[in-house]
Design a protein around this ligand. Structure first.
Ligand code: E4P
Length: 215
């Protein structure tokens, strides 16, 4: 399973990259705003800065919600850097835009996916990635992981190549569950990735080994 980091924070992206396990980055307009990135030129520059830190795919989201607007924005984003993946919302014009980009060989990430039917449409349109938001489903008392399982079954039934990019992953158990269910990618905050490192028996065992090494 690939690990993407879900942030626009350059320091955190660098830290994850330095850990040696990072496969890509996802961003969204809220994450960009959180870093105080404003204005079109600054936003585009920030995407390039991210691409220069990591070696994998970097999702950059369009703001337009109409077909023509999404095509214009998406093409400009894709021209920025070869690692850019155009992130497009799961709406009717979004599906059309995904189909358009797929035929042009431009990678897409279909975002804001909350049902198996939406994931099926994204795959039919040729999305490179589909982003089911597991945490936001959990937030409304719906099992986010069930959606990952359902999409995995559907994609495997028909050999769809769209990668399941589990999004809105909030904690280490989400990551483990995604891995067990066969998600292709989990995108998560740095804290969820580094939390995978921790086990009290590791700390205890290491302390014992270091103490014994001095004997
Ligand atoms: C996905 O690409 C989104 O950026 C993200 O995972 C949303 O996560 P949140 O629900 O924690 O905001």
């Amino acid at each position: 399973m690939k690990f993407f980091i879900d942030t626009a924070n350059l320091a955190q992206i660098k830290e994850a990259q330095d850990l040696g396990v990072l496969d890509g980055v996802t961003t969204n307009p809220s994450l960009m705003a959180k870093e105080g990135i404003k204005g079109q030129d600054n936003i585009l520059k920030h995407y390039v800065d991210i691409c220069n830190i990591v070696t994998g795919d970097v999702s950059a989201e369009v703001i337009a919600t109409d077909f023509e607007g999404m095509i214009k924005e998406g093409e400009a984003l894709a021209e920025l850097h070869e690692q850019i993946v155009v992130k497009i919302p799961m709406i009717k014009d979004g599906v059309k835009a995904i189909k358009y980009f797929s035929e042009k060989g431009i990678k897409t990430n279909c975002t804001l996916v909350f049902s198996a039917g939406q994931a099926l449409l994204a795959a039919k349109a040729g999305a490179t990635y589909v982003s089911p938001f597991v945490g936001r489903l959990d937030d409304v008392s719906t099992d986010g992981m069930q959606l990952i399982e359902d999409i995995r079954i559907i994609y495997d039934n028909y050999g769809f190549e769209t990668e399941i990019l589990a999004a809105s992953v909030r904690h280490p158990m989400h990551i483990i569950q995604c891995a067990k269910l066969g998600a292709d990618v989990a995108t998560c905050p740095l804290s969820a990735i580094t939390a995978l490192l921790n086990h009290p028996l590791t700390d205890k065992g290491l302390a014992q080994f270091l103490a014994d090494a001095k004997k």
